[in-house]
Design a protein around this ligand. Structure first.
Ligand SMILES: [Fe+2]
Length: 162
């Protein structure tokens, strides 16, 4: 682990350089969540077919989970001393998840969801590892919770596809 002294630590005792690196990765993750959230609202609104009622509700459940995390990630960035991105421009620039429109097919929507979850889990593992290097238990625990929840979602959405 990196050697630290008092002057290199921020208000909550995390190395400032590592905190800055973490804030950048967390801002990228925030952008991923924002684009994924908007995509999922689109799936909720546009879904068609015999599974409409089931998927319309399921997608609402998903975007409700995502919106809670959007706030948690942004406030974690503030907590470690940086400013969370808060414009559509920066989200579109930073997100690894692409914005999609007019998806009305349930299977296509779920394929997008699974691909997005996979991007999130990979990014969260990287952030968790960086947070552990920085002795940042708060960020590490947050990532760990997200990973566990999203891994379960992957199982369930995959099971739905059969
Ligand atoms: Fe709705």
């Amino acid at each position: 682990m990196k050697k630290t002294n008092k002057t290199t630590l921020n208000d909550i005792g995390i190395d400032k350089k590592l905190a800055e690196k973490l804030s950048k990765s967390l801002n990228n993750l925030l952008a991923d969540f924002q684009v994924f959230y908007m995509n999922t609202r689109g799936f909720h609104w546009n879904i068609k077919g015999v599974q409409f009622f089931e998927l319309h509700l399921k997608f609402e459940e998903l975007y409700s989970l995502l919106v809670i995390k959007i706030d948690e990630i942004a406030e974690r960035i503030q907590t470690i001393g940086f400013i969370p991105c808060h414009s559509f421009e920066s989200y579109l620039k930073l997100s690894s998840i692409k914005s999609v429109e007019n998806v009305s097919n349930g299977v296509k929507a779920i394929e997008h969801i699974l691909a997005s979850l996979s991007i999130l889990i990979k990014a969260e593992r990287e952030i968790m590892s960086l947070a552990q290097e920085a002795n940042d238990e708060g960020t590490s625990a947050l990532m760990s919770d997200y990973i566990r929840e999203q891994e379960k979602l992957v199982w369930m959405y995959k099971a739905y596809l059969g």
